[in-house]
Design a protein around this ligand. Structure first.
Ligand SMILES: [Mg+2]
Length: 382
């Protein structure tokens, strides 16, 4: 069997926070194709990634798709002087996931059977409320009540008031937050804790947006407001020194890693004891191959891993297949608690009843994409 090409699929979808998903299909000369995903958080990033994927297609055409580790290194090393993290690593991730999907389909086994076999029967999840519905206290209570009723036992949100202000949401400018906005964040966290009850785990995402003194102040305020179970990305990802300063002055568990690429980015986090949890994204950090290695690295430190998700169904499934085989697993993120929005994209149905994902024993990732939908909603790129 030989690889015949790498095909990016940028498609419109209402279930995406970003209005679109970037999927990747790796085709072979025997009619079997594998699927990956690489959805990023801005339109410009998705188009840049699609362009790189078209270029790397020629790099692996004619190769044997079963040589996954070898192809990972061939692609990764071709970007060494450009910088192998970021976009380059994300393209490797998408292709790697698709190659594992092909391998499973060829052998007739789910991907988790190829990674050491299952150590658990289902995947515990944490999920998100839809914060666009948070128009009043009553609306917050209704949304949180629905999530708890659905059986989910952990949820994550960003309580800091910037919703609707993309520049403040996505960009670090001064890294500060006013006392008035801090109060609003504390009140929202307290309301959600009160509604969810003491047993539900509450995770706070700071989206890497604060400077050191602001992050310390906000974390302490939220610890008091709502018994928070983790404080995620308190400072921007570029400085491990800043993270260390915050860590030394707060009590809450720290989680980082959605913007860390490859095992090498996680070595200093683990060696310098900078996090209680790590949260790589399988579609960004280097795919299934790299996610498994990062999990093993963290296992050596007794640090739990909790895969990140801000994308679509292949992100969720690829992370889940690795976590089926990993002892030091906390929870897998799903960026929404009602997964029915994915149904238009694929013929497969994801079962997250009772707040846990069940993987069917289907070869590969166990996903069948809806090609009619993809073709009808494709966004053409240069
Ligand atoms: Mg996050």
């Amino acid at each position: 069997m030989r690889i015949t090409g790498v095909r990016p699929w940028l498609v419109k979808a209402t279930s995406s926070y970003w209005g679109e998903y970037l999927f990747v299909e790796v085709t072979t000369d025997e009619g079997i194709s594998g699927w990956g995903e690489i959805t990023s958080t801005t339109k410009i990033a998705n188009r840049a990634l699609a362009a790189i994927l078209k270029q790397v297609s020629g790099q692996i055409e004619g190769e044997d798709p079963s040589r996954i580790e070898r192809l990972w290194h061939k692609l990764f090393r071709s970007f060494t002087y450009m910088g192998s993290r970021g976009a380059a690593c994300e393209c490797v991730s998408a292709i790697d996931i698709a190659l594992w999907d092909i391998r499973g389909k060829v052998l007739g086994l789910p991907v988790y059977e190829l990674l050491g076999g299952s150590v658990r029967d289902e995947i515990s999840l944490y999920t998100h409320p839809d914060q666009s519905k948070f128009t009043s206290d009553a609306a917050v209570v209704a949304e949180i009540t629905d999530i708890v009723k659905s059986g989910h036992t952990a949820l994550k949100f960003d309580p800091f008031p910037y919703q609707g202000d993309r520049e403040r949401r996505d960009g670090y400018l001064d890294g500060m937050l006013s006392r008035a906005d801090e109060r609003k964040a504390a009140d929202l966290t307290a309301l959600i804790r009160q509604t969810a009850g003491p047993q539900v785990e509450i995770l706070i995402d700071a989206h890497g947006r604060f400077d050191v003194p602001t992050a310390i102040r906000l974390c302490r305020t939220l610890e008091e407001a709502g018994q928070i179970d983790w404080f995620e990305e308190p400072v921007p990802p570029e400085s491990y020194g800043a993270l260390q300063q915050v860590r030394e002055k707060v009590n809450a568990a720290i989680s980082v890693g959605e913007r860390a690429h490859t095992k090498w980015d996680f070595v200093p986090i683990l060696e310098q004891k900078l996090a209680d949890y790590i949260m790589p994204d399988v579609t960004w950090t280097g795919g299934i191959t790299e996610m498994k290695k990062i999990a093993i690295l963290a296992e050596g430190y007794y640090v739990p891993i909790s895969p990140h998700d801000a994308g679509g169904p292949i992100n969720v499934l690829a992370g889940a297949h690795v976590m089926m085989t990993v002892p030091n697993f906390y929870r897998l993120e799903t960026s929404r608690w009602d997964l029915s929005g994915y149904n238009e994209l694929m013929h497969t149905r994801l079962d997250n009843s009772s707040g846990a994902l069940k993987l069917p024993r289907i070869p590969g990732l166990g996903i069948e994409m809806n090609r009619d939908y993809l073709e009808a909603n494709e966004i053409k790129t240069a």
